[in-house]
Design a protein around this ligand. Structure first.
Ligand SMILES: [Ca+2]
Ligand SMILES: [Ca+2]
Length: 191
């Protein structure tokens, strides 16, 4: 049975998060591979307009595009091995200054080339995705990926939706097997 992994008691409470007070946020992704294995996890952010599509390719922040056009979403660089403890990949967000054309942020963690390599989160010794409110230092979300999403190859783990002057925080925990490209296809506007 799946464990409940949103840690409500830790850091700031989810109710407080809902009060649209988030400003600076960090996404942290950490993983450890079983001995002899190799697995590359990637954290990404899709910045969507009112139509729930990317205004342009540059609003997809990932390992090949480390900064959004407004500079307010910054990926600190691809990590391909997960070696070492703590966050192996980090994305920093400065919410109040995100371009007004962006109405929603979708957060996805994926396994690189998972289908060809027949990988899923269950192949990992330990893997987590977390979000931290940098103003308080508190964790607002923490998913144990190998335990909760062992059969999946990606998880859309949270979204932030523009709400008045702030952003509504919604943990989503949607496990999928469509690949990161599947998300790109979903969010690219139809010609
Ligand atoms: Ca990576
Ligand atoms: Ca690690």
């Amino acid at each position: 049975m799946a464990t409940k992994i949103v840690k409500k008691g830790k850091g700031i409470k989810l109710q407080e998060v809902a009060a649209n007070k988030l400003t600076k946020v960090k996404v942290g992704l950490g993983w450890e591979v079983r001995k002899g294995g190799q697995l590359d996890l990637d954290a990404s952010v899709f910045m969507l307009g009112k139509d729930k599509k990317l205004p342009s390719d540059e609003y997809f922040v990932f390992y090949n595009n480390l900064q959004s056009p407004d500079g307010m979403v910054r990926h600190k660089g691809d990590n391909r091995t997960g070696d070492g403890i703590g966050d192996d990949e980090e994305i920093l967000l400065n919410l109040p200054y995100i371009s007004p054309m962006v109405h929603e942020l979708r957060f996805v963690v994926s396994i690189y080339d998972a289908q060809a390599r027949r990988h899923n989160f269950g192949n990992l010794e330990e893997a987590y995705i977390r979000m931290i409110d940098l103003e308080t230092g508190g964790e607002i979300l923490h998913y144990d990926l190998d335990a909760e999403f062992s059969d999946d190859t990606e998880v859309e783990f949270a979204k932030l939706v523009r709400d008045g002057d702030g952003w509504q925080f919604v943990p989503t925990e949607l496990g999928t097997k469509i690949g990161l490209q599947g998300y790109v296809d979903r969010f690219i506007p139809e010609l």
